[in-house]
Design a protein around this ligand. Structure first.
Ligand code: FES
Ligand code: FES
Length: 165
């Protein structure tokens, strides 16, 4: 067993893990946050996507001990004070989920993309989401939701700038 320390959604955790335990297993089974889903376990579907030190990773492709000392954000970390995040609101408003299995991964990617590439075209959104699969929605509503989340994010940023003057 190896001791690791991680910060998940702002909360610190210390745990002993077997070296073979995957990050997604650690998040779900040790910490108990079940919002991050396990799909293919081969790095293709994106259901297990989380942010590791601010960068999206497929947590089925990383060992928990590789995340020692890291800051992790899971889908449970998006809402603040019980209020849905921009991404969650947009996915709800655009009916961008059906069974919902893929949704945590898409929400984490959307959270990352609107902050890091906030002027994406629809084509760029599709390209940037190429590592996340959805078996239900046909993607149209997902792209609509990401576009909407991006618009809200930019409006929020511009309101923040104006309030400084
Ligand atoms: S479960 Fe990790 S990419 Fe599919
Ligand atoms: S909503 Fe079912 S897999 Fe995406």
């Amino acid at each position: 067993m190896v001791e690791i320390k991680v910060t998940v959604n702002g909360k610190q955790y210390t745990a002993d893990v077997e070296p073979r335990v995957l990050l997604v297993q650690f998040i779900r089974d040790v910490i108990g946050l079940k919002g991050t889903h396990i799909g293919c376990q081969t790095g293709h579907c994106g259901a297990c996507t989380v942010l590791l030190n601010g960068e999206p990773v497929k947590s089925c492709q990383i060992l928990a001990l590789q995340a020692d000392g890291a800051e992790i954000t899971t889908v449970e970390g998006l809402a603040e004070d019980g209020k849905l995040s921009i991404e969650q609101e947009s996915f709800r408003d655009h009916h961008a989920a059906q069974c919902g299995f893929c949704t945590p991964g898409f929400l984490i990617m959307t959270h990352y993309l609107i902050k890091n590439h906030p002027k994406m075209t629809r084509e760029e959104i599709r390209e940037d989401l190429h590592g996340n699969y959805c078996m239900c929605t046909g993607y149209q509503q997902i792209v609509d939701a990401v576009e909407d989340a991006q618009r809200k994010y930019l409006e929020q940023q511009s309101a923040k700038k104006q309030s400084k003057f």
